[in-house]
Design a protein around this ligand. Sequence first.
Ligand SMILES: CSC[C@H]1O[C@H](OP(=O)(O)O)[C@H](O)[C@@H]1O
Length: 346
Amino acid sequence: MSFRTIEWRGDKVVMIDQTKLPTEEVYNEYSDFQGVAEAIRGMIIRGAPAIGVAAAMGVALGARDIIADTHESFFRQLSNVCDVLARTRPTAVNLFWAIERMKRVAEANRDKDINSIRAILKAEAIAVEAEDLQICKAIGANGAALIKDGATVLTHCNAGGLATAGYGTALGVIRAAHESGKKIKVIADETRPWLQGARLTAWELMKDNIPVTLISDNMAGWLMQNGEIDCCVVGADRIAANGDTANKIGTYSVAVLAKEHRIPFYVAAPISTLDLSLDSGAKIPIEERTITEVTQIKGIQIAPEGVKVRNPAFDVTPARYVTAIITEKGVAHGDYLESLSALAKG
Ligand SMILES: CSC[C@H]1O[C@H](OP(=O)(O)O)[C@H](O)[C@@H]1O
């Protein structure tokens, strides 16, 4: 990987600005948790695992700057930092998983002095990032076995190094298959309206010399109908206990088309994307974003001013359309209620 999605550097958190890609590779520095929260909300950093890492680093930054002479005051202010970060985006469960992990670590060290707790939280945030990279490599290894040599793989949105601490989940599977010597090709959906596929996935795969062809979202069905797609691999933002999967808007359409054409449809995600408290995808909160993401491209108006717009950023694919769910602990298929909880406990 020739770029860093996010890292703690000196006394700042540094992130690549994903709103500027692919034309500019710009790195932003953040010295407070409010800046990190705005970066998540504004999709400077995006992608379920990546915003989990960002949230963890935001908590650590917030803890560092709290002015408190009692533990009661410190923990009260720390709770406010966590609340601000938790309100940034509602769908990706990794954000909440990371915040809860930081809260648990702080509570477990409540007996220590405040400065020690600050240092421990910084170390924990850095560990979250390092672990995510290893998790992605394990997902890649588990998923690569499912990708046949010579396959053409369709992916939707960006579930790559830019959506994680590096290497990627869906793109991690693709990278691992490529690195194992398999001659695979990738079809990347542009992924309207935010264009993660066109701007981010194509950029990442070209940097790694992995053959990639960009299509507009409405071309996927035609390619499947013509036998040009061998399998689909996508990421996830939240997976319910029964395997229903929330992912970028348009994923559900790809999954239904794949089922129609008997094409395997794989979801690649870390265990931290599982939300086993939900028995189905019906209750997964779906983020609605600003209308200008639909009516403008790079600030250029492409629809009449005042037109009514919907902009749900995610949809939910029912488990019956998902061939298998690839995690760092193994591959779940069949009865997801059983196989996912077994992986989560494993
Ligand atoms: C590795 S999961 C990435 C996941 O997150 C994306 O959403 P967004 O770009 O809005 O953060 C998309 O759903 C990807 O599949």
